[in-house]
Design a protein around this ligand. Structure first.
Ligand SMILES: O=C(O)CCC(=O)C(=O)O
Length: 387
């Protein structure tokens, strides 16, 4: 089937049909990669070598069953509560229940909106021009709202359940296995793809700083955990080009031109169930399509870097601000890991807590309580780091 070009109107029905066709072929290839299973750790306390090998080969791995049913319900409830408080439009003062929108002292606006099924960044110079090709933008249904929330910024001060997930011992063990015990955080955001509304995130690679470094390697820009609160499908999920994290900066514009549509050849959807967490190399070519499917996707992103790629690095953020990440900045931002570990310990006392090497001996300064909620956690994302 031929899809309309970005310039021609395309119904969401036709878009969904084309995505199903594209997805059917790719799903078989995605499952054949064999890069999925539970978090499994060896006697050295690190991920099994075959899991690490698979991650480095394909650039992603699906960890199954990371979040149990009770925790999943808590995460869903928290995210729904945050979404229910969103102003109905970027400049609105009330939420969908007519309540006055409040900021709770949060400095960086937590909500980002987009037009339903649109592509807000593809083919523009936004985000330092890292999304060079536009995606197809099907027409939303007549009853669609003018705006849909596409992103929440600062998960950990928006949701206690997200803070607890951040202290997950299995996930932190994965982080240490890939990046080393002194791994550092960068940001936590939620991607929201409502059925029939969710906008696309045009093909891109995440890293900005080290592409031309003499010591560039396949892990130079770290990874994202993507924990799924609902199943991730070919229609609503993130697609990747397996192995592309090893090949340097990709010519995405050319790939899209060669494929004749926004559906790049060789890409696969990162399929998984609710409660699974995908670890995704930030150098992978990846993106997601307008969600014309009937299925909601909510993805909790937690990103981490290798310390040596951040320490004393000066970089220009996607918003244009230039910053240097010194020891003090990194130390201040990593406190959130320890606070999350403590928040999790209080909620799940039967679990063995993760021991975060750089803050051993500093646990008492980093307890989770009403005081640290205000003094450390609130507006913690002002210290986010980007490379
Ligand atoms: O979740 C999505 O749709 C896009 C995610 C993404 O592009 C990212 O995490 O860099």
């Amino acid at each position: 089937m031929t899809l309309a070009t970005a310039a021609q109107p395309l119904s969401s029905f036709d878009h969904e049909r084309a995505m199903k066709e594209y997805g059917r072929r790719a799903e078989t290839r995605a499952r054949a990669l064999g890069n999925r299973g539970p978090i499994r750790v060896g006697t050295d306390g690190k991920l099994l070598p075959e899991i690490l090998d698979s991650y480095w080969t394909h650039g992603f791995y699906v960890f199954q069953g990371v979040v149990g049913p009770e925790e999943l319900q808590e995460l869903r409830a928290d995210i729904d509560a945050v979404l229910s408080r969103a102003p109905v439009a970027p400049d609105a003062t009330v939420d969908r229940h007519g309540r006055l929108a409040r900021d709770d002292g949060i400095v960086r606006p937590p909500y980002r909106w987009a037009k339903p099924l649109s592509d807000p960044v593809g083919g523009t110079d936004k985000n330092n021009g890292r999304h060079p090709a536009a995606m197809l933008q099907p027409e939303a249904g007549e009853d669609a709202p003018a705006w849909t929330v596409e992103l929440l910024d600062g998960n950990l001060h928006l949701s206690d359940a997200c803070l607890r997930l951040y202290g997950h011992p299995g996930l932190l063990t994965v982080a240490a296995s890939i990046l080393g015990d002194d791994f550092v955080p960068y940001n936590e955001v939620t991607f929201v793809k409502e059925p029939g509304l969710g906008p696309s995130v045009a093909w891109h690679q995440d890293g900005t700083t080290h592409w031309n470094a003499a010591d560039w390697d396949q892990g130079a820009h770290g990874f994202n955990f993507m924990t799924q609160l609902y199943p991730s499908t070919a229609g609503n999920g993130v697609w990747v080009l397996p192995g592309s994290h090893r090949r340097g900066k990709a010519d995405i514009k050319k790939m899209v031109a060669e494929s004749g549509s926004d559906r790049i050849e060789g890409a696969v959807p990162m399929l998984c169930e609710a409660g699974d967490t995908i670890v995704t190399n930030r150098q992978l070519v990846h993106g997601s399509f307008a969600n014309s499917s009937p299925d909601r996707r909510i993805t909790l992103n937690e990103g981490f870097f290798p310390r040596k790629r951040v320490l004393d690095v000066t970089t220009r953020r996607l918003n244009g601000v230039v910053e240097t990440y010194d020891e003090a900045r990194i130390a201040a931002r990593t406190r959130i890991i320890q606070i999350a570990i403590d928040a999790r310990r209080q909620r799940f006392p039967h679990e063995t807590s993760y021991v975060y090497g750089p803050l051993v001996g500093r646990e008492d300064e980093n307890r989770w309580n009403d005081a640290t909620r205000v003094s450390v956690l609130k507006n913690y994302n002002q210290l986010d780091m980007f490379i």
